[in-house]
Write a protein that binds this ligand. Sequence first.
Ligand SMILES: *Cc1c(COP(=O)(O)O)cnc(C)c1O
Length: 499
Amino acid sequence: MASSNPCSNSHESVHSSPFASRYVQNPTPKFVMPENSMSKEAAAQIINDELMLDGNPRLNLASFVTTWMEPECDKLIMDSINKNYVNMDEYPVTTEIQNRCINMIAHLFNAPLGDSDVAVGAGTVGSSEAIMLAGLAFKRKWQSKRKAEGKAFDKPNLVTGANFHVCWEKFCRYFEVELREVKVREGYYVMDPFEAVEMVDENTICVASIFGSTYNGEFEDVKVLNDLLMKKNKESGWDTPIHVDAASGGFIAPFLYPELEWDFRLPLVKSINVSGHKYGLVYAGIGWVIWRTRQDLPQQLIFHIDYLGADQSTFTLNFSKGSSQVIAQYYQLIRLGFEGYRKVMQNCRDNAMALKEGLQNTGRFTIVSKDIGVPVVAFCLKDRSTHDEFEVSVMLRRFGWIVPAYRMPKDAKHVSVLRVVVREDFSRALAERLLVDIIKVLAELDTLPSKNAAKATALAKDEDAANDSAVKKTAEETEMEIVNAWIDMITKATKITCC
Ligand SMILES: *Cc1c(COP(=O)(O)O)cnc(C)c1O
């Protein structure tokens, strides 16, 4: 999609910022493809140089997505980078490897499979595509049933918590399903199963439970949801199913909390998605969706491609894609095995706990993540009267750390939090350094005037100016001005000893 945003400086020529290296003296092409070729060295250098300004992925604590794999697997990935996954006939081994992954993950999620049964699922680009597919399956199933009963089938809805990931909204908008949100509230940031079941009616295609909330890593109680919904289904005669969005939790719970019932052990759970590229420990570009049984995936959605007499079935949104990620997932599954995954996840949990305790010891933070959940540490300032979480986030950036600050969903929007995702490559040593840097930031913030005070002054100034010129600034312009003034102030007022 070409949603190019030709920056704000539209007066700039299409070539800007002359790039001077030993290879080229020409400006960097930005909008129009250059007329002539350049040498491969020059092209590589230009791009490399610009990419240096991206953040360091390893220090990006905002993301759940894998940033480190073993060199052996990096090599496997490069070796298969030229294989199109969709050419199932040409690359039958890759197809077979994907099917093995689906089987292994289905077993991990306790799908009701006999020894020789083949699991039903699909490899996708990530959980988002997986969720589109699972949602489509529910919608189609619901529609077919309504049609058969001679009932209206034009107002499907889906119930989920306000802590949903944006891809659920995407699904609902793209595929015309009403999104019914269960509100969250201060102190309770996941879907309340009682309220969710209240919202279910005959047009509900499924209840989506988030197993590992993006906001604070918390697991929703799928078991309670299942039990309440069983009761409601029995009373109403409906058969509303559950989907579990286990994008991050799907590779945590089976290893750390095997006794926790959230998966196909619960009868109403008909499909589950998981991101292979989160705690599945593969680089970006792989997700999985698994259905409970063949009956839970409407056959009309499956495309059968006849390749030289062999029937290949596919259910994906796109056609071509790389094979590397599928191969990398298989590598991790067999390289680590259950034991290896458990150790990695235990380490992540231990490091998260160490960070959590360190933060608690400062006496300055309230922890809003849970000990049982995805290994993230989400925390907010106890005292926000002078400084807020956004300022902590900005100041940590100067040490190289990317720690996001964001607001909780609607109805708890006044709560903002900082969140650190503890991934495999975030070692204890890094956790300790981060803590040291957070303490430095706190000490520094204590010496700075409150942003609220700066805000008040700026607002007053702004009002004066507005009165003078009778031109009102938009709220956004005012906000930007305050932020800039504030950043200016801290840059001038202080010198941080960076390490
Ligand atoms: C990350 C995430 C998604 C989206 O997953 P992608 O693999 O990035 O497409 C969906 N739901 C939840 C709960 C997530 O954490």
